[in-house]
Design a protein around this ligand. Structure first.
Ligand code: ADP
Ligand code: X15
Length: 394
């Protein structure tokens, strides 16, 4: 991949800079429940402020589908950002138009303005050229620091780069550096752990990582399609019938490439999908009919922990079981703990795995927690990210 210019490669003093961030934070009753993504953007914002730029921030929040949705305004985000920055943030109720133009033209060096949710405009997700130009007119430089949305080709993540010099922010650059280096020159043994619910969502990443890693560990709901492919009965566990052949192909590819392919050897089964279910631990070849596998078992957890501890680089995407329910959280917890204990370099691929290391209080022990779930997955599939491709080469 070509190296992209960053804010360290351009002059920003006195310039109006349109910075696309990913402030798509979880909210409950109008309150932010996790401000990780806001904190992650601070280094870029601070550096621009300290360098005398006029910082115009833009983000989406949720999926308002081109309509104004009151609950999806960025007002609470603006308040939180001002607290974290320790300076005022002017939050506007629009992201384009005369009021916005007027406000940004009156900014002093070092000022920070936060625009309204860009997805209130239909053109955002359509990557509409007219909307992209309206964003571009506000500024003299475009900075993309929204790694979490870099897999989207939208007006504020990609289209705008057609009309302004376009560079990456520090967060985007760091994400690309860590994930890029891990995949191009991994320290070995390199272990990839793939969990979550569906094989369908992880086909690309498993396929790509099989080219790169030494150990591939499978857990979560998708493990049962692999168990079925190995010829075991899996009761009522998650099964993607149409992916059984593919699962077989993956296991054959691993063999051909000399990759150790680990699937669960035992599993926690339940008589229903509920925290009040009756549960027991069985070997993977002994799942009773009418029961469903909802977590990896203790022998599997121990095996996976051993592999993790013997690895120099570990990338983890997707939980080992239904970790939202405590009775099915032990496998995910055990993997999280092994990630905390290993001396290897640990990378969490966003999404539910990031939530899991938070839940089990080991987030601070990880070397890198990606701010993008979908984006890090697509990157690990070897796909180009439109929000990155759009930026200027060095
Ligand atoms: N054995 C299982 N059966 C059903 N669902 C599972 C199982 N193991 C994990 N899950 C669910 O998978 C979900 C996460 O899947 P997914 O969205 O694919 O992962 P990620 O967000 O990490 O990419 C979690 O909500 C978890 O409860
Ligand atoms: O939260 C996000 O994605 P993620 O949950 O996959 O990390 C990003 O902000 C992208 O949002 P989108 O999936 O609505 O485009």
């Amino acid at each position: 991949m070509n190296e992209k210019k960053s804010i360290n490669d351009v002059e920003v003093a006195g310039k109006r800079v349109f910075v696309r961030v990913d402030f798509n934070v979880p909210m409950e009753d109008g309150k932010i429940t996790d401000d990780t993504r806001i904190r992650a953007a601070l280094p870029t914002i601070k550096q621009l402020v300290d360098s005398g730029a006029k910082v115009i921030l833009a983000s989406h929040l949720g999926r308002p589908k081109g309509e104004v949705v009151e609950d999806m305004r960025l007002t609470a985000v603006g308040v939180r950002l001002a607290e974290l920055l320790g300076k005022p943030v002017t939050k506007l109720d629009e992201s384009i138009g005369d009021t916005v133009k007027h406000t940004v033209n009156a900014m002093a060096d070092g000022d920070v303005v936060l625009l309204e949710n860009v997805r209130f405009h239909k053109g955002e997700e359509k990557n509409d050229a007219q909307l992209a130009q309206q964003f571009a007119e506000l500024a003299e430089l475009y900075v993309n620091d929204a790694f979490g949305a870099a897999h989207r080709a939208h007006a504020s993540t990609a289209g705008i780069a057609n009309y302004l010099p376009a560079v990456s922010g520090l967060l985007l650059q760091k994400e690309l550096d860590v994930l890029g280096k891990a995949l191009s020159t991994p320290e070995r043994p390199f272990t990839a752990i793939i969990g979550g619910s569906k094989v369908k969502d992880k086909i690309g990443v498993i396929n790509h990582l099989l080219e790169k890693c030494d150990n591939l560990i499978i857990g979560g709901g998708l493990a049962y399609t692999f168990a079925k492919a190995k010829g075991f009965e899996i009761g009522n566990s998650l099964l993607e019938e149409d992916k059984i052949e593919l699962a077989k192909e993956f296991m054959q590819k691993a063999k051909d490439k000399g990759v150790n392919f680990y699937t669960p050897i035992d599993t926690v089964v339940a008589d229903k999908f509920s925290k009040d279910a009756t549960i027991k631990v069985v070997d993977v070849d002994a799942i009773p009919a009418d029961w469903m596998g909802l977590d990896i078992g203790p022998k599997t957890t121990e095996l996976y922990a051993k592999v993790i501890k013997e690895s120099k680089l570990i990338i983890w995407n997707g939980p080992m079981g239904v970790f939202e329910m405590d009775v099915f959280a032990n496998g995910t917890k055990g993997v999280a703990q092994a990630m905390a204990d290993t001396e290897g370099y640990t990378v969490i691929g966003g999404g539910d795995s990031a939530a899991a290391v938070e839940k089990f209080n080991v987030a601070s022990k990880m070397d890198h927690i990606s701010t993008g779930g979908g984006a890090s997955l697509e990157f690990m599939e070897g796909k180009d990210l439109p929000g990155v491709t759009a930026l200027n080469d060095k």
